[in-house]
Design a protein around this ligand. Structure first.
Ligand code: 2M8
Length: 430
């Protein structure tokens, strides 16, 4: 185990740049939002100053309206498309003046990441002091979500791009994007020069991804216009679970710090409404799982993915519902010939075991699932998720994603020496 831990530390140090980490050499050469959060958790185990800097740098790129972009373009590099010139964040009046960024966001993990680094810290006083200096920025980010991304005032926020979900080409989005009449754009992909194209989204899928961005750009990334016009408007259980878990952590941290009664009260109000709506709207009795909701077309998206189980992490289901959810997990994803947890329902015809977010196991989702199962006392299953995670990395290396089928040897795909794979493994092993 020590060898594995040392390798993880080596990877994190190698992916460290000046004040932030890249997710992976060449493939992802900038700072990504939720990657940074997960990476900080790993650094907290052996280099707290880097953990703190990772978070501070991301927050330094926060927009004036509280929005935190999904990519911060710290450097000029052409190994990634779409880059800073494509996104053109300066279209939005509140965009960061200091950094070029994207104009979409990612799952809001920072709230619970702050709580995690405090849990890991051996100098709680110093870490709490750091948290005190940044926590209001995370709070502002939550204010942005609840005031700008919840048009029907339900306590559930929307994402307007599949890249915001973090689960980029999940079959969840198929119906929405295939119904879009996207142009056949001319552009030069970079990802497929670094990674086998069969493990990445198709050219046509990229057309759709760009089409959504074109609409947002045409309206200078205005939230109001996006809510009105974007063909992609989804309430995602993973995204909302991360926000709800982060609300919970912010309440705990503000309580520890003291003196922010109004903010705690506001967070509790958001939290109560969010959990209620989440359980009422996003649980599908027939599937026995949480689902995505297509807000643009007002319909449920009836598929199960690893995102369906993330509400456990945010303490959303009651005990009975949690049991039902875990039964669904084990009956569809938990076959003994499969590693937990495939990113998409292995029983669906849309399941693709090698293709990015259409089936492979992802370590960040496993970490979320593991912690959720522990919270609800599912000891055996949580142990299995942890053991499967360690075995996948031990057998294959620190890949970006993994084949869930046990019979497949060499089941590591995408980028290698991947930061959050290293970081979250370290956390699981400590
Ligand atoms: C992947 O997404 C990027 C776009 O953001 C891409 O494919 O180019 C996703 O796995 C996402 O969740 C992740 O944050 C990012 C960097 O690791 O890569």
């Amino acid at each position: 185990m020590n060898e594995l831990k040392n390798k993880a530390i080596e990877i994190l140090n190698a992916n460290w740049r000046d004040g932030f980490s890249i997710p992976c050499e060449k493939l992802y050469p900038f700072q990504w939002n939720w990657d940074s959060g997960f990476i900080a958790i790993g650094f907290a185990h052996f280099d707290m100053p880097k953990a703190e800097e990772e978070i501070s740098t991301l927050l330094d790129a926060q927009w004036g309206n509280g929005f935190i972009p999904h990519i911060v373009f710290h450097t000029e590099t052409d190994t990634y498309f779409p880059g800073p010139d494509y996104f053109c964040s300066e279209l939005h009046p509140d965009a960061s003046k200091k950094y070029k960024t994207s104009g979409i966001t990612q799952p809001p993990v920072l709230g619970f990441v702050l709580a995690e680094i405090l849990r890991i810290s051996t100098d709680k006083k110093a870490t709490l002091k750091f948290i005190e200096g940044v926590i209001d920025k995370v709070y502002d980010n939550h204010t942005y979500f609840y005031t700008k991304r919840d048009p029907q005032n339900e306590g559930l926020v929307y994402i307007y791009h599949n890249w915001e979900s973090g689960t980029d080409n999940s079959p969840m989005w198929d119906d929405i994007i295939h119904n879009m009449d996207s142009p056949d754009y001319e552009f030069e992909r970079r990802d497929t020069t670094h990674v086998d194209a069969s493990q990445r989204p198709s050219k046509r899928e990229y057309d759709h991804y760009l089409h959504i961005l074109e609409i947002a750009k045409e309206h200078n990334y205005s939230d109001e216009k996006i809510a009105e016009l974007s063909p992609f408007l989804v309430q995602d259980p993973l995204f909302n679970s991360m926000l709800i878990k982060s609300n919970e952590s912010l309440i705990e941290l503000y309580t520890l710090i003291g003196g922010s009664q109004n903010k705690i009260k506001q967070l509790e109000t958001w939290q109560e409404k969010a959990i209620k709506s989440f359980n009422n709207k996003l649980f599908d009795e027939e599937l026995g799982a949480y689902i995505h909701y297509d807000l643009r077309n007002e319909r449920k998206i009836k598929h199960i993915s690893s995102s369906s189980f993330t509400p456990l992490f945010a303490n959303i289901p009651g005990k009975e519902r949690a049991e039902k959810l875990v039964q669904t997990l084990m009956s569809r994803f938990g076959n003994e010939n499969q590693y937990l947890c495939a990113s998409f329902d292995p029983e669906s015809e849309l399941y693709k075991p090698k293709k990015y977010w259409r089936g492979p196991v992802w370590i960040n989702l496993n970490w979320i699932l593991y912690n959720g199962l522990v919270q609800y006392g599912f000891e055996d299953i949580s142990k299995r998720v942890k053991d499967d995670t360690v075995e996948l990395i031990e057998e294959n290396g620190f890949y970006e994603y993994f084949d869930a089928r046990k019979e497949v040897s060499k089941g590591g795909y995408g980028g290698i020496n991947f930061s959050w794979t290293a970081s979250l493994l370290l956390d699981l092993l400590n």
